[in-house]
Design a protein around this ligand. Structure first.
Ligand SMILES: Cc1ncc(COP(=O)(O)O)c(C=O)c1O
Length: 398
């Protein structure tokens, strides 16, 4: 059996079949590119699902992890740690004013679970509001606030009750909160990525802020995809000119090392006590080295400034096609007049990885913040070829 068949068959034989995988084994990554088992190179505008914010194997992060691994792999929050102190300092220095307290965990779903749990504790209330189309994770608490029958089927009985309201409609929130005094939290994915990179008007986020304040509801921004500077500011709330009560982060935070975080205000932090939340691996030393190096590099190289430039550059390369760009910075939806599935496949055949979404006509691009003009040229060339192949008229002879 050749190496490729060995990899595919072994994973398929011995893993619980929860994932629909591409017929691709990736063995190496460097910068914006990854290589498969046959040595084929791909421009990666998918980023391992919105993770590789500095591209693959960014040298400062790799070096920091190596150094930490040789010094101390892990110890829990039972003790203090130099690298955890450093990561906390860098993270909270980048966090929006007023959200300067951090709790570290291991993933996006765990960050959201933590935020929801703490919101209940802080308010003494139990209800939760979420939006139609929002995605927040797959463990039971986060699953309860994730929209979609396909995710909930079979688990309804154990999921905490959630009120789902339309995304982008502040009146729906107003009506719900005025009739339900027991709401602890409103959890919002500010750009609904998986739904199709859907954004609301800036006014919506400000009204949501006002309403949560008025009704004593904790506003949680799930910035697992939008955060860490991907959209041009560390938190997208800074671009909206408002501030949530909690922000959840993961994905890009450790450049690929599993890590999540919840940012909260001083006031909220004061109401939280020992044992209110905990996790063995949260704040582990190797993860903290990855966080610190990732954030320092983004900050020191001023990479957040690249996000709008990359968006505009991609937009300018696609003006000849019937494509509309959605999203912000390096979280981009390409809306097309045709179903994008064949286009995503054709791009892959032409050496570019992109993602689909729940919207059949929207493909997602999540390029790194250090994407170079040459990478965009590679994308544009592949897009040209892929578009020609999917839109070619079917020959009358075939
Ligand atoms: C917006 C958002 N929140 C939460 C999650 C869950 O994160 P994780 O897969 O790290 O648990 C995801 C994952 O795709 C996400 O996109």
């Amino acid at each position: 059996m050749n190496n490729k068949m060995y990899i595919f068959e072994t994973e398929d034989s011995f893993q619980v079949p929860t994932y629909k995988k591409l017929p691709l084994a990736l063995l190496k990554g460097e910068g914006s590119y990854v290589w498969d088992q046959d040595g084929n190179r791909y421009l990666d505008f998918y980023g391992g699902h919105c993770v590789a914010i500095l591209g693959h194997c960014p040298p400062p992060v790799v070096k920091a992890i190596q150094k930490q691994a040789e010094t101390m792999l892990f110890y829990s929050n039972l003790v203090y740690s130099d690298i955890r102190a450093e990561a906390t300092e860098v993270l909270t220095s980048l966090a929006p004013e007023g959200l300067k307290k951090a709790f570290f965990c291991n993933s996006g779903t765990e960050a959201n679970e933590t935020a929801l749990k703490l919101a209940r504790k802080v308010t003494g209330k139990s209800g939760v509001v979420a939006t139609i189309g929002g995605f927040h994770g797959r463990t039971l608490g986060s699953l309860a606030v994730t929209w979609g029958k396909k995710y909930h089927e079979g688990y309804e009985a154990v999921l905490p009750k959630t009120h789902f309201i339309p995304f982008g409609e502040a009146d729906a929130l107003q009506n719900l909160l005025s009739e339900n005094p027991d709401i602890a939290a409103f959890i919002l994915e500010p750009i609904q990525s998986i739904a199709g990179v859907t954004q609301a008007e800036v006014e919506y986020y400000r009204k949501v802020r006002f309403l949560c304040e008025k009704y004593g509801v904790i506003l949680i921004f799930d910035e697992v995809q939008t955060g860490v500077g991907r959209t041009g500011t560390f938190s997208i709330s800074e671009a909206y000119g408002m501030q949530p009560d909690m922000i959840t982060l993961a994905k890009s935070l450790g450049s690929g090392i599993p890590v999540g975080a919840v940012l909260v205000s001083e006031t909220i932090s004061k109401t939280i006590q020992i044992e209110d939340q905990g996790t063995t691996f949260g704040g582990g030393m190797v993860a903290m080295a990855a966080v610190s190096a990732t954030l320092k590099h983004i900050r020191d190289e001023k990479l957040m400034l690249n996000a709008p430039k990359i968006f505009r550059h991609l937009q300018s390369e696609l003006t000849d096609y019937p494509v509309r760009l959605r999203g912000r910075g390096c979280l981009i939806g390409l809306e097309m007049d045709i179903p994008v599935g064949p286009m995503v496949a054709a791009l892959r055949q032409n050496g570019v990885l992109t993602g689909g979404s729940a919207h059949p006509n929207v493909m997602r691009l999540m390029p790194p913040l250090n994407t170079q003009p040459a990478d965009i040229a590679v994308f544009a060339q592949a897009f040209h070829t892929a578009y020609a192949s999917v839109s070619a008229p079917v020959s009358s002879l075939s």
